[in-house]
Write a protein that binds this ligand. Structure first.
Ligand code: LIP
Length: 272
């Protein structure tokens, strides 16, 4: 594991923030003018030149200043780390919202440090996180052990939250059969909570938990780059984020304050 100098997390945070803002500006420049539209895992899983341009910009900025760091990106960036640090980037989280001009999308960047003896392949511990919302200019940040912030204001999850007062954000996969099972679980949960929100960007959903603008977020099938930065921001705001697979699908996660996290984990079909 790299031994960061005292200023290294701050240097990483500074570069991640500048890169996220530059990529966000590129997304806004292209907003409303979709070009190079293609689909990935299904006909409803889009990618466009905006995603690709944002990722190219992030990779160029990161490697120009930190050529020995690794990078893993949603749109194919794959650079091995020689420094022990790996950048995990989602250049446009909330792609479908972007396509429909629904103003809820983000640039999500996490920097992970390989743990002792492990290869730095992006499965290390996040040490720095930045999630930028280009439409509002909001920038969520966190450093491990240094707290979570929104534009410099310290964040804290809502705690305690009784289940019947909980505002719960979620999302659904692209596969119709998986969506049916996920919808059935939400149908069981809906009468037990205050309300459900489906906002379309996992990174911003996790930041909403950290900021207390929702009480919990869960989703199955989210990718490492969707959640890497948001996970650190939630944890540094006093929240818990653990695996959660209510319909038995892979890569399911739940983020909430401790009391609500415990209740939702025990909800029938909620735990692993
Ligand atoms: C999206 C996630 C969202 C999920 C979507 C999609 P993308 O990521 O942020 O939570 O429900 O299906 O995976 O593809 O926009 O980067």
């Amino acid at each position: 594991m790299p031994t960061p100098s005292t200023s290294e997390p701050q240097q990483l945070l500074d570069l991640a923030t500048r890169a996220a803002h530059a990529a966000g500006a590129e997304l806004l420049r292209r907003y409303g003018r979709i070009e190079g539209l293609e689909t990935k895992s299904s006909a409803t899983d889009p990618v466009s030149d905006a995603d690709r341009a944002s990722e190219r910009m992030l990779v160029e900025m990161i490697l120009a200043e930190r050529p020995d760091d690794g990078i893993i990106g949603e749109e194919g960036a794959d650079h091995r780390s020689a420094s022990g640090y790996t950048w995990v980037i989602d250049p446009l989280d909330g792609t479908v919202n972007y396509l429909y001009q629904l103003d809820n999308f983000s640039v999500s960047i996490a920097v992970e440090a390989a743990t002792e003896g492990e290869t730095p392949d992006g499965t290390g511990d996040p040490v720095v996180a930045v999630v930028c919302d280009p439409v509002t200019g909001r920038t969520f940040t966190a450093t491990r052990g240094g707290g979570a912030f929104l534009d410099g204001r310290r964040l804290q999850v809502n705690e305690p939250v009784p289940m019947d007062r909980a505002m719960v954000a979620t999302g659904f996969g692209y596969d119709p059969a998986r969506r049916a099972a996920q919808g059935a679980f939400v149908a069981r949960l809906l009468p037990r909570v205050r309300d459900i929100r489906r906002m379309g960007s996992a990174a911003l959903d996790l930041c909403a938990v950290a900021a207390g603008t929702v009480d919990a977020y869960f989703e199955e099938g989210i990718q490492h780059w969707d959640r890497a930065a948001g996970a650190l921001i939630v944890r540094e705001a006093g929240g818990l984020m653990t695996e959660f697979t209510p319909t038995g699908q892979p890569s399911g996660w739940l983020a909430a304050g401790p009391s609500l996290h415990a209740v939702l984990t025990e909800f029938p079909g909620g735990g692993k």
